[in-house]
Design a protein around this ligand. Structure first.
Ligand code: OAD
Length: 255
């Protein structure tokens, strides 16, 4: 099928989902942010994991071994996220949600805040928020004067540390070996099981349980469409694969 007729097919599924208020679920990955200048993880030349060892930089043992190195890496990524701007694809999703309230559930694996800044404030974030600070360990002095001990009060440093017990501050992302936030995962699985159409945008489909949402949607009867300029592990799960980028294809589909 030609790309033009594939897009027309997807637009007709989208129109039906809107008409029946049956739900559109969109799952995004790092490719969604690529055209805003934030690198992906697994692209062969430019992805983070082509240059760095994920277990050294994205796991709790890695952080405990070299806290400063890991903190500095996240500080650089945080600066990149703060400097980035949402692109036409992020804005198309936010416009769609405004035009069709209650239809879209947006689920992201991305730890940046570009969907939120574009206007999708209720995006379900499966892998956390890179701009958030958390304590590494449960703090022995968590409640002081009726207030929960806040990482923002930590002594400045790389990483910052609790003035009293030395507990370290870590970035609020889900590292390898850690559980996903249960409420977001539950809501995402519910949306995948109930939607009429799922768009899978800019993910390699290599990381579970996020990758499982596409199969779950298909098993429950939804149409599944992958939008990615390159092959992904979810192509075989999809009814249709659109070879394009998020910033070009989403505005055309959702207009
Ligand atoms: P990956 O880096 O694994 O995959 C990025 C995907 O985006 C690839 O399939 C690319 O082909 C595609 N892509 C590249 N440019 C694109 C563009 N302009 N438009 C659309 N797609 C494009 O990223 P994820 O699948 O998100 O975990 O990786 C999943 C998780 O692995 C991430 O959330 C991260 C990582 O370890 C955490 O941060 C916790």
């Amino acid at each position: 099928m030609e790309d033009g007729s594939k897009q027309a097919e997807v637009r007709s599924w989208l129109a039906a989902a809107v008409r029946q208020r049956a739900g559109l679920c969109v799952l995004t990955g790092a490719g969604m942010s690529a055209e805003s200048g934030i690198p992906t993880f697994r692209d062969a030349l430019t992805g983070y994991w082509a240059q760095f060892d994920p277990m050294a930089l994205a796991s709790e043992p890695g952080f405990r071994t070299h806290p400063q190195r890991v903190w500095d890496w996240y500080a650089e990524r945080r600066a990149g996220v703060r400097a980035a701007e949402p692109h036409a694809g992020h804005r198309a999703l936010a416009d769609f949600a405004r035009r069709h309230p209650g239809v879209l559930t947006l689920v992201t694996q991305n730890v940046d805040d570009l969907h939120q800044r574009a206007g999708n404030v209720d995006t379900l974030r499966l892998h956390g928020d890179i701009l958030d600070d958390l304590w590494l360990d449960p703090c022995a002095r968590q409640v002081r004067g009726g207030k929960v001990c806040d990482p923002a009060w930590a002594e400045a440093g790389c990483p910052p540390a609790c003035r009293e017990c030395g507990n370290l501050v870590r970035p609020g992302v889900v590292w390898f070996g850690e559980h996903l936030p249960l409420r977001a995962l539950d809501a995402a699985q519910r949306a995948a099981g109930q939607c009429a159409l799922m768009l899978v945008v800019g993910t390699s489909g290599a990381v579970w349980p996020a990758a499982g949402l596409a199969g779950q949607a298909r098993a429950a009867g939804a149409k599944v469409v992958v939008l990615n300029p390159a092959p992904s592990e979810l192509d075989g799960t999809a009814h249709l694969v659109l070879r394009g980028t998020a910033a070009c294809t989403l505005p055309a589909l959702l207009a």
